[in-house]
Design a protein around this ligand. Sequence first.
Ligand code: SF4
Ligand code: MG
Length: 336
Amino acid sequence: REAILSVRDVSRTYATKDRSRLFGKQYVQAVRGVSFDVYKGDSLGIVGESGCGKSSLSRLLSRLEEPDSGKILFKGQDVGGLRGTALLNLRRGFQLLLQDPYNSIPSHLTIGRTVAEPLIIHGGRSKAEIREKVAETMAEVGLGPELAHSLPVGLSAGQRQRVNIARAMVLEPELLILDETLSALDQVEQAKLLGLFEKLQVRHGMTYIYISHDLGMVRRVCSRVAVMYLGRVVELAGNGTTFFNPGHPYTRALLSAVPAIEHRPYDAATYLLEGEPPNPINIPPGCSFRTRCPFAFGRCAKDEPTLLARGSGDLAACHLAEGGMPAPGMSPAGLH
Ligand code: SF4
Ligand code: MG
């Protein structure tokens, strides 16, 4: 399969801000050696608790920020060195959609003008061509033609998000990065927009990255899932493996917190995720999940597990997954 986006060993550290200089600077390792591919026409979910590095990763993927090390390739091209027109051209290819539909739409511009904005910036089209493309795109995302002449005041959150989607789609991108894009919407609006994304996928072969805390949604729409913990991808697997036969104890723990996922062939019933992740300023050696892992054993404190293929080609970073996960029903150490 053709990778449209390849992420290779990407890391990013942030310095904590303390203008008063009362305390020394500290460094948060937000993203640590992350690698994965996103295939054309596919949907990849990126999940994990807040603070796991999902949002930092989304800023790196959408080139709002640069990684400290590692590479991001879009259709085989390293996006790192691009500036000016080259960057602008690349930007057409992938678009980021964020959660908040309220701050992102200018209140003083007509909706048509807002949707036209990227076309104006990129240039090369006549006014008539721009009007035509805007009308076509608005229709495609379910915004009535009369809205082209209206201000956004009074639009529902769902309609606002459609304006954002139109503004992204008008450039005919191949990849949409959806960073908690639907989180602020109610269930009905969410379902409608998921239907829209699916339609765009069928019609234009769109590729999606869903960055979300909503495992139920990711299960419905993503064929592959990356699970992040403390800045690392700890499991990268197909939908079936992630939700029915996960290789990492953290994935199991996340799933057991989702009541909507009922069918679990493995024994996760009593396995609850407790406590908080360690401070990302001071990540413990060995496996970073070991402070919360009921399966932890001696080696986990010393060696950091790397992402290794399990039988099916799915990847998990756990010493136990190297030899296969414990059989269903086996008690984790310390949970009896
Ligand atoms: Fe748990 Fe050890 Fe696996 Fe880490 S490596 S997830 S501590 S069993
Ligand atoms: Mg976040």
